[in-house]
Ligand binder design. Sequence first.
Ligand code: PMP
Ligand code: G9A
Length: 401
Amino acid sequence: MEWESRYSERARGMKASEIRELLKLTQQPDIISFAGGLPSPDSFPTVDIAEVTTHVMLTAAEEALQYGTTDGYSRLREYCSYWSKKEGIDSSPEDVVITSGSQQTLDITSKILIDKNDMVIVEAPSYLGGLGAIRAYQASFTAVKMDDDGMMIDQLEETIKKMETPPKMVYTVPTFQNPAGVTMVEKRRKQLVDLAHDYDFVIIEDNPYGDLRYSGTPVKAIKAFDDEGRVIYTSTFSKIFSPGMRLAWVIGDEPFIRKFIIAKQSTDLCTNSFVQRILYEYCRRDLIENHINLIREMYKEKRDIMLKSLEEYFPEGCSWTKPDGGLFLWARVPEYIDTKNMMGEAIKERVAYVQGAAFFVNGSETNTMRLCFSYASNEKIQEGIKRLGRVIEREIKAHKA
Ligand code: PMP
Ligand code: G9A
């Protein structure tokens, strides 16, 4: 069969995700992977999950094994509305839909908001999976730079002023950003909401990492400053509990949520009823809070080990961000090194990262890389950074020779 000519125009524009491709490679046991943003395998509360699952089977098997409503298990919606209050978000359970991962939130949101060539502004760099979801609906992208305080809102305004029509939406990961690890300061969050009002665009706030703070002062969600309903907020249980369970939630304005549910009906009918009940029971027993405290400690230690190892093993001419939370930091090597080309050498040393250019809509900044510190064991973090340091040193020497 010849398939290429049969694909829709939309499908022809789709690109494979570097993270997904790397996942196949980094699942090889002898590779130390700083590539995928995976929780530590040691973090999963397996005994508690087994117990809660048995409880669900013994008490609510008929509902758990049945189709559920498209908006999600009502008690879990209530819980997510309550959970989001600590981010400063005032919502009711009716404003919440449980999704099969925030990746699904991004896909369905793009499906219902984006027409071909609509302008979407993203961060430079930005979450690869977010770009993929939005690109699938044939949006055009413009990227705005970030500094240590998150997206540069003055540059965003300059960019918008130069546009013929304002953007349809701005997509941001404002807290412990994937991939850069930086957090947008409160002042900029307010400015972004004001700008959205002035230029009448929608903001997608993607917040998987807000609960994973290890240092610094908490900052409220962008949605907390939104009194018009123009911020669509999504968060997930993937990083604070289990990505395999595929459970997340979206909070939005009432008409948006109504449309979202209709679009979700034709996507998957409903999110997995069984795991929604397991998760709810886990949360009802207050186990989730203890679990998050535990992984915060675990990841803080891993972050610190990675930072210390970078100091020790990365050669001069390299720099990196020092995130207060999340799973990633962003490293720069000398400009003449292309981290995409260097990956082959790294793999020979049995260590992996994601090349930074993958996170840019225009593929720039070829001397950057994303390093995830949550997945590898403490010993392997140190060893992996040592190996990577060696690879970079060899590149520098080869350049100077
Ligand atoms: N958004 C961001 C910023 C992410 O880093 C990820 C992956 N961790 C997702 C969305 C997708 O997460 P989920 O597992 O909930 O689909
Ligand atoms: O690595 C990330 O950014 C999160 C995970 C994404 C994936 O597994 O595709």
